[in-house]
Design a protein around this ligand. Structure first.
Ligand code: 5GP
Ligand code: ZN
Length: 117
């Protein structure tokens, strides 16, 4: 496992910090956002530490595919896949990324406007 000291999401993956886990595979973990912005707001992370979506895309071992598949599995499990959901990767501080362990936000269960602002 590629882990980084003092990374919040590495610590959640390591079960050092509690989280409400809703989905898990050998390579991914999904847990509810502590400050939900929609009825369904789940964060999907690779268990290995990659800081951004760009770094995950460069991982080149199918890990990005695994994260996308896990996000869709979460949407199915949460019952929002059919009506539609948003999958967001804030990438970089200018886009509002605050935790530098890549995570996809699965948002659903309410009307979602576009553009997001
Ligand atoms: P970002 O702004 O980096 O795209 O998203 C980080 C997300 O992590 C935010 O939506 C924030 O609410 C969530 N978050 C921050 N700290 C914690 C935590 O300790 N536990 C959980 N479950 N979510 C967190
Ligand atoms: Zn990490």
């Amino acid at each position: 496992m590629v882990s980084e000291a003092n990374c919040l999401f590495c610590r959640i993956v390591a079960k050092e910090i509690p989280a409400e886990v809703v989905h898990e595979t050998d390579r991914t973990l999904a847990f509810r956002d502590v400050n939900p912005q929609a009825p369904t707001h789940v964060l999907v992370v690779p268990k290995d530490h990659y800081p951004t979506a760009a770094a995950l895309a460069a991982a080149d071992d199918g890990l990005a595919d695994a994260v996308l598949a896990a996000a869709h599995a979460v949407a199915e499990q949460e019952g929002v896949a059919e009506e539609g959901y948003r999958l967001v990767f804030n990438t970089g501080p200018g886009a509002g990324q605050t935790v530098f362990h890549v995570h996809g936000h699965v948002l659903g269960g309410r009307g979602l406007t576009w553009p997001p602002g």
